[in-house]
Every structure is written in structure tokens, then in C-alpha cells.
Design a binder for this molecule. Structure first.
Ligand code: PGA
Length: 240
């Protein structure tokens, strides 16, 4: 594991964007994934800036989103699709080769999971997976107790996720399930970058990185990843 401790959120965002850019192969088509949420906002902005400045070439890169709230789509402020479109895809003056944004409003969610798996298996494995960590240690919507061997799936939101989620939305939503890439595909990524910021993440980051590998803290599986970068600010690393 490569642990990179940054002074503050801005430095964390810059470092993560730089490591993400370096994780994109130059001489072949590639597949990458970024998370939604508050933590990646700065990283995504930096990354888009690098693309637009010609410092990173994404013309041979496919993008796949990590997860989505069941029932929400790109027009719902705070959804993952909304994040992906407004914070990343629409900011790029040079687009990805293609982007697959998970449809949380799909009529048949089994088909949506199948399509996501097919996409990752056709164009993958992921060259790069950037991840945030939830207050319960989730990665995407791989909630506490999740099976480490799952591919894409639909999962009930944990009580922790339900209590945290209000911060993303300006409207009330009654959300009970999420759809997510599974840990099986995430663990096959050639490079994983876990980002974390703020004192409120210190304890769960400690459990994820220093505690036992246990499904109760899904992010602990990353201890087994051969090419993991943890990029976090001082506050988030204060319990390590
Ligand atoms: P946050 O979410 O970046 O908004 O803290 C992290 C996550 O739940 O993955």
C-alpha cells in the first residue's frame, strides 16, 4: 500500500488527480472509474482541468460510473449520474472515448447489473478505480456485510448511508437501495486510489487500513490489493 498523507483537501485532490492521470495507459484503450460524493469533487475538477489543458489524453479511455441510488437519474440533483455529468463529463472539452453511466431508473435492474458487468468485462479489467470511503466503510454501495465476491448488484442501503445521504440532496428522497459495481471487479483494477478527507473519516479509515479484512468494513478488502494508493489529508489519517 502506498499511503500519501496530504496537508489539506486541495493537496489531496491534486495528488489524487495526478495519480489518476498516471494510471491511464498511453498506448492502448483503457477503462477507468471515479466515485461520486463530496470527497472527489476537487479531484474531478483537477482531473478535468488536466484533460482540458492537454496534460492527459482520454481519447482512448472509456469511463464507467461506480454506483447509483435506485430511483434516481441524471436530472436528480445529488444523484451519481448528476455528479458524473455536471462535475466531470460536461466539464471536459475533449471527451472520453465513451462513458457508461449506471441507470438507477432502469426498469429491470437485473438487466442493468448484467449490462454493467458486460461493459466492464468487455472493455476491462479496470485500469483505474478511484474510490471514496463511506462512514460505514462502504466502497460504492458495497455496504457493510457485502459479499466480497459479487459483481454488480443491487443492495439495501445501510442505516449509516441513509443517515448520511441527506447531505447530497436539496430535495427529500425516499431511497432504500443502491446499485453498484461489485468488489470483484473493483479488486481486479490495475490501480486503485482510495481518497479520504476530514476528521470524521479518521476512525473508519483506520479500521479499513489497519483492522482485520472483514466484510463488516468493506474497504478493508483493499488491504489485499497489490497496487493501492491511499491519498488522504492529515485529519483523515490522524488515527492511523
Ligand atoms: P463522501 O462519500 O465523499 O461524500 O464522504 C464517500 C462515500 O460514501 O463513498
Amino acid at each position: 500500500m502506498n499511503l500519501i498523507i496530504c496537508e489539506n483537501y486541495r493537496e489531496m485532490s491534486q495528488k489524487a488527480a495526478q495519480l489518476a492521470a498516471e494510471g491511464i495507459p498511453r498506448s492502448k484503450n483503457s477503462l477507468i472509474s471515479f466515485p461520486g460524493g463530496d470527497t472527489p469533487l476537487g479531484m474531478v475538477e483537477q482531473f478535468a482541468g488536466m484533460v482540458n489543458a492537454g496534460e492527459v489524453d482520454i481519447s482512448r479511455t472509456r469511463y464507467v460510473s461506480l454506483d447509483e441510488w435506485i430511483g434516481l437519474g441524471p436530472d436528480d440533483q445529488g444523484s451519481c449520474a448528476w455528479f458524473n455529468w455536471t462535475k466531470l463529463l460536461q466539464k471536459l472539452s475533449k471527451p472520453f472515448l465513451e462513458a457508461y453511466i449506471i441507470n438507477g431508473k432502469a426498469e429491470d435492474l437485473n438487466v442493468e447489473c448484467g449490462n454493467l458487468n458486460m461493459y466492464i468485462e468487455k472493455y476491462g479489467p479496470l485500469d483505474l478505480s478511484v474510490l471514496g470511503i463511506g462512514m460505514n466503510g462502504h466502497l460504492g454501495f458495497n455496504e457493510d456485510g457485502v459479499d466480497f465476491n459479487l459483481k454488480a448488484h443491487v443492495i439495501p442501503l445501510s442505516e449509516t448511508t441513509k443517515s448520511v445521504m441527506r447531505k447530497y440532496f436539496t430535495k427529500e428522497h425516499d431511497l432504500k437501495y443502491g446499485i453498484t459495481q461489485g468488489l470483484l471487479h473493483i479488486m481486479e483494477a490495475k490501480r486503485v486510489i482510495l481518497i479520504a478527507s476530514g476528521a470524521h473519516k479518521a476512525e473508519i479509515l483506520r479500521r479499513a487500513l489497519r483492522g482485520p479484512v472483514d466484510t463488516l468494513v468493506p474497504a478493508s478488502i483493499l488491504q489485499n490489493h497489490p497496487n493501492l494508493f491511499v491519498v488522504a489529508d492529515r485529519e483523515a489519517t490522524s488515527a492511523l
